[in-house]
Structures are given as structure tokens and as C-alpha cells.
Design a protein around this ligand. Structure first.
Ligand code: DX5
Ligand code: ZN
Length: 221
């Protein structure tokens, strides 16, 4: 199958936090497909960002789906709050809790799409026996915690492996990549089978007047 243009999910981690609503509207107007929200707890990853209240405050600013990436442990006690705040996709790391399958089912029960996120060291096999319960797969091409890191080429083979696992299901499960995505690395991700790309630095660099060109450059992959 020929690669198709990827969905672009700007990570607000690289936005101006003092003007988040405005920044969210600006990337939507610039062609963003999803808004990627990085939630960190200072425990699962060595950084602290935002919680459900910020998702709730952002929700009325955009119509595009909010793609909430939970880098928190445990995640289960907070799923309901993020869904109530307006999260459309909620993704969790398998390492965040003892029962990944139960967590995914809970996310679906709340009415959101359920995503699984792979750290660079996490084996794709962790979802092998539960593909029916997964709505999105997110491959980290950096160690989570901070924006602005360099893309790890070692993760391209994992994207290829997950592409094959998705194709075998016959379902159109989005395969998203997060970390160090630039127009250059975007091309490699799409060639390996990615259909959605998260980008912080590569979208927000240059300020609002650059967002449309930045997004187009990533999509041109
Ligand atoms: C890191 C986050 C990423 C990050 C990407 O833990 O999950 O979404 O913001 O930032 P860039 O695109 O700058 O690598
Ligand atoms: Zn992320």
C-alpha cells in the first residue's frame, strides 16, 4: 500500500503556556489534525506538565480531537477526569499499571479511543494478544519527558513491526510517532508505516506565522 499523507498532531508542550488557547486555535487554523497534550507527573517521567483542568480549559478553543498522552503512573484513577475534560483519545504506557487490557477497556467504556504508547525499550509484543482492544498505537522515538530531543532511528524498525501487526488485523488503527519529528525524520516514519505524527518543536518554531508552513512541511513527508 502506498504511504498516505500523515495526520499531524502538534504537541502543545512546545507552545507558549501563557497563551495556550490562542496557540491551540492557531495550530488548528494552520491545518493540525489533532491536538497532542502531554501529561507528565514527575514520577513516571522526570518532568511535570499539566492536568485535566488544562484540557478542560482548552477544549472550547478547538474542534479537532484532543490526543491526550498520559505519562503518569498510575493512570487509571485519572481516566475519567481526562475524558470528562474533553479528551477524545487517551493513550497510556504499558508500564504505568499492572493491567493494560483493563485500562484500555476502561478508556473505551468512557467513550474515548484507547491508545498504547511504546517507550523506546518497550516490545511491540505487549499488545500482540489484544489488538482488538487498541484504537491507536504511539511509538516514542525519544525517551519521554521532554520536548526538543533527537529522533532515535532505532525505532523505525519498531514502526515497521507494528505496521505489520496492524495490517494483520484488517483494521485502520492509526500508527503515531512522537519525539524528534522533523520534515526529515517524518519521511522515514511514513515510509516505515506511520500514519500520524506528533511534533512540538517542528510545529511551534518561528511563532504563529510559521505554523502553517511548518505543518505542511511535516505532512509533505
Ligand atoms: C515528550 C512528549 C512529546 C514531545 C515532542 O515526552 O511526549 O510529545 O513534546 O516534542 P518534540 O517534537 O520537540 O520532540
Ligand atoms: Zn507526547
Amino acid at each position: 500500500m502506498a504511504p498516505r499523507a500523515p495526520l499531524i498532531a502538534p504537541s502543545i508542550l512546545a507552545a507558549d503556556f501563557a497563551r495556550l488557547g490562542e496557540e491551540a486555535r492557531a495550530v488548528e487554523a494552520a491545518g493540525a489534525d489533532w491536538l497532542h497534550v502531554d501529561v507528565m507527573d514527575g514520577h513516571f517521567v522526570p518532568n511535570i506538565t499539566i492536568g485535566p483542568e488544562v484540557v478542560k480549559a482548552l477544549r472550547p478553543h478547538v474542534k479537532i480531537p484532543m490526543d491526550v498522552h498520559l505519562m503518569i503512573s498510575p493512570a487509571d484513577p485519572f481516566l475519567e477526569a481526562f475524558r470528562a475534560a474533553g479528551a477524545d483519545i487517551i493513550s497510556v504506557h504499558p508500564e504505568a499499571g499492572p493491567h493494560l487490557n483493563r485500562t484500555l477497556k476502561q478508556i473505551r467504556k468512557l467513550g474515548a479511543k484507547a491508545g498504547v504508547v511504546f517507550n523506546p525499550s518497550t516490545d511491540p509484543g505487549v499488545i500482540q494478544w489484544m489488538m482488538d482492544d487498541v484504537d491507536l498505537i504511539l511509538v516514542m522515538s525519544i525517551n519521554p519527558g521532554f520536548g526538543g530531543q533527537s529522533f532515535m532511528p532505532s525505532q523505525l524498525a519498531k514502526i515497521t513491526a507494528l505496521r505489520a501487526m496492524i495490517d494483520a488485523t484488517g483494521r485502520d488503527i492509526p500508527l503515531e510517532v512522537d519525539g524528534g519529528v522533523t520534515p526529515e525524520t517524518a519521511k522515514q516514519c511514513v515510509a516505515a508505516g506511520a500514519t500520524a505524527l506528533v511534533a512540538g518543536t517542528a510545529v511551534f518554531r518561528g511563532g504563529p506565522s510559521a505554523y502553517a508552513a511548518n505543518i505542511a512541511a511535516l505532512r509533505g513527508a
